[in-house]
Design a protein around this ligand. Structure first.
Ligand code: BTN
Length: 249
């Protein structure tokens, strides 16, 4: 499959598409190489969690070789979030509310439908050798809420019928080609604004679970590094890593 300038390598069952692509990256594969698998036996999520990966859903990883430093490279997580929202909006074509949830998740009607795992290697000279964007999208099924930190959904559960992982992948890649071009040409500001326009919980109180504490505050911004900016009792607090939840009344 050659979708919009991407070279897509379609595989059956793998451990993790990120690991498959990492091997290719280390052997010199070019930016735009994509590994797509029908099933994963060792799918990984953020913060050391697993990603349950039965057949029917989309599991893919996109290889990028961004110029600049690691901070700039991580902006690609937000390029991906915006592209997922736009790519999914095209296949959903109904009234579903599709939003970005910080840092890189996508929720449909408040439930998580897609997750993103970024992994990278430096080039030893202050730059990035490769950054792999691993993407899981619940197309036909999703784990039960009892197994998860955050309630999940799938495209099927949101009323999408007759659209498989292949169509979802090409819709995403089309959006990603366009947003990554804009990021490269115009910089992060345009992505930051697009992401904030699609953000879940902006200007509302949210709960953020960090490794050692839980913080509640008003979600006011995304800074230039992609960190979440909260107003906590009137004081701005910047958070680089954590899990976002709605405030339970
Ligand atoms: C998360 O929300 O925690 C991120 C989930 C990322 C899952 C995808 S599935 C394809 C790629 N391969 C993996 O092992 N993980 C990512």
């Amino acid at each position: 499959m050659n979708a919009g300038g991407f070279h897509v390598i379609a595989l059956g069952t793998v451990g993790s598409t990120n690991d498959e692509l990492r091997r290719l990256a280390e052997n010199g594969a070019g930016s735009g190489t994509v590994v797509w698998a029908t099933e994963q036996t060792a799918g990984r999520g953020r913060r050391g969690r697993g990603w349950i990966s039965p057949p029917g859903n989309l599991y893919c990883s996109v290889l990028t070789r961004p110029r600049g430093d690691a901070i700039r490279a991580l902006q690609l997580g937000f390029v991906t979030g915006v592209s997922l929202v736009d790519g999914l909006a095209r296949v959903l074509a109904n009234e579903a509310r599709i939003q970005c949830k910080w840092p890189n998740d996508v929720v449909i009607n408040g439930r998580k439908a897609a997750g993103v795992l970024l992994e990278s290697a430096t080039d030893g000279a202050g730059g990035v050798d490769w950054l792999i964007i691993g993407i899981g999208i619940n197309v036909v099924s999703h784990p039960s809420t009892a197994e998860l930190l955050y309630p999940a959904t799938s495209l099927a559960a949101e009323g999408v019928v007759g659209i498989g992982a292949r169509a979802v992948l090409s819709s995403f890649l089309e959006a990603f080609a366009s947003w990554s071009r804009r990021w490269d040409e115009e910089g992060f500001q345009v992505i930051r604004s697009a992401w904030l326009e699609r953000a879940l919980g902006l200007d509302r109180d949210i709960v953020v679970r960090l490794d050692q504490e839980t913080v509640t505050g008003r979600f006011v911004d995304l800074d230039e590094t992609g960190a979440l900016v909260l107003a906590v009792e009137g004081v701005r607090r910047t958070i680089a890593a954590g899990d976002v939840f709605p405030v339970v009344a």
